[in-house]
Design a protein around this ligand. Structure first.
Ligand code: SF4
Ligand code: SF4
Length: 447
């Protein structure tokens, strides 16, 4: 049992550790938890950012895990490590030998957000964690990813966050993991990975499942984990511009109610009532009618986790996630929300229905692209950086520099507004401030 930490020390640390976004851009919570699990397993196909960070800075990862464990009051600490990363497993076992940190190999399945990882661990309990009470312990556990833990270690040491490890994969000359200064344009990151042979190729910021297409002048931010570049005619892009009404009409005529989308639905397998095929059926009947006539099956759409797996499961090539998402947005616009989050109650058949990362790569048509080596393969520092002037929630930061001023690496550029939960912004490199705009960010020329 660790020695208790004085409350004033904890408070001082907590005040410095707020504002870290995960890969989904949401601020990570450091709520009390009896078990803290550090995730060292990427859940986007072809990404290996978490493995690369853990390989590059294992001690930093462990310091972050220890700091987070102290702040959460966790009695047990574990790292859930991709079981396909055998060298990393050996390195982390060596680094944690004699400590209280447990190493749990996990199968790389998708998606692998906190709930999915904990449900996987309930189904395949790690050594020294018997099914019961391990299941109850996992039900109250907190999961933080390797990048967030590494960031925590730097913040505890009083060091600024100036870079991101970014996986660059897909249609690029050299798939790799690059250490990019915050504010680097995504197009520059792609060029540093050998560039794309398709000038009309599309960059997906943070991948195809959880991410979104992004322009080349968008910048690397704290929540950036990777870029997937796809050729403009890749099948995964074909349906993205189809209006939801057209998708719904297509679904009504082609859906055979085979249930494949519901059998593999991530939310359904975690215990939600959501069944995409029932939402599709009800949406077809209710579309365009007033709210009071909505079928109860539609409410399940509010439990959708946006993983997009159902799109990859449909034998008729339909996109149930598009319709489910449209239904959820419409319900929210009408003021309908979930009263409380769905409790984690994994479906009895969940283990057999989970999708491996390898299978998903095939389904998404990504098999022709190689996965990068999970090591940091170079650094990117362009001549100009554009650092975000708004926090993750969109609140504007308060600039403390003026255009024309020189700045040193790590100098403060803008303060997060009080109570916003965001982080202050510092200069990732020595240079000069060229311009400041709340929407366009703080533009720096690098010396
Ligand atoms: S996107 Fe599809 S698979 Fe994922 S939770 Fe929503 S309905 Fe289920
Ligand atoms: S998988 Fe496709 S065809 Fe089957 S129920 Fe779902 S939407 Fe309909």
């Amino acid at each position: 049992m660790p020695a208790p930490v004085p409350s004033e020390v904890l408070e001082s640390l907590r005040s410095r550790l707020t504002g870290l976004p995960g890969s989904d851009g949401r601020i990570q919570s450091l709520r009390p938890a009896p078990l803290l699990v550090g995730r060292v397993c990427d859940d986007e196909p072809l990404f290996c950012t978490e493995a690369a960070v853990a390989r590059a800075w294992p001690e930093r990862l462990l310091r972050g895990l220890g700091a987070a464990g102290m702040l959460c009051g966790a009695e047990r600490l574990a790292l859930a490590v991709d079981e396909e990363q055998s060298e990393l497993l050996v390195a982390l076992r060596r680094a944690t030998s004699g400590s209280r940190v447990e190493i749990w190999p996990v199968a790389p399945r998708v998606p692998l957000d906190a709930d999915c990882l904990l449900a996987d661990l309930m189904e395949r309990p790690p050594p020294r964690l018997p099914a019961e009470p391990g299941r109850a312990l996992l039900g109250r556990a907190l999961v933080l990813d390797a990048v967030v833990l590494s960031d925590l270690a730097l913040i505890v040491e009083g060091r600024p966050l100036l870079h991101r490890a970014v996986t660059v994969c897909g249609l690029v000359g050299r798939p790799s993991v690059l250490l990019c200064a915050l504010g680097t344009p995504l197009g520059e990151v792609v060029r540093s990975a050998g560039g794309s042979s398709d000038p009309s190729g599309v960059i997906f910021h943070n991948g195809l499942l959880a991410g979104a297409p992004a322009p080349p002048d968008q910048s690397v931010e704290l929540h950036t984990r990777g870029l997937l570049v796809l050729p403009h005619d890749h099948p995964a892009l074909a349906h993205r511009s189809v209006p939801v009404d057209d998708e719904l009409r297509r679904t009504m005529s082609a859906c055979g109610a085979c249930r494949a989308c519901s059998d593999g639905c991530t939310a359904h397998l975690l215990g939600a009532s959501l069944e995409p095929h029932r939402v599709l059926r009800a949406a077809g009947a209710a579309w365009g009618r007033p709210a009071q006539s909505l079928d109860a099956a539609l409410l399940g759409a509010l439990e959708c986790r946006g993983c997009g797996l159902c799109n990859t499961a449909c034998p008729s090539g339909l996109r149930p996630a598009t319709v489910v998402d449209a239904v959820a947005r419409r319900l929210r616009q009408q003021g309908t929300e979930l009263c409380r989050p769905t409790p984690l109650q994994p479906h009895g058949d969940r283990g057999g229905r989970r999708l491996s990362r390898r299978r998903l790569v095939e389904r998404l048509g990504l098999s022709t692209f190689g996965a990068p080596d999970p090591t940091i393969g170079g650094a990117v520092l362009p001549a100009e950086l554009r650092v975000a002037a708004r926090g993750p929630g969109g609140a504007p930061r308060v600039p403390v520099v003026r255009a024309g001023e020189p700045v040193a690496m790590g100098d403060l550029l803008a303060l997060a507004p009080a109570g916003s939960g965001g982080l202050d912004v510092r200069s990732p490199a020595p240079g000069r401030v060229l311009s400041i705009d709340p929407d366009d960010g703080i533009l720096l020329s690098v010396c």
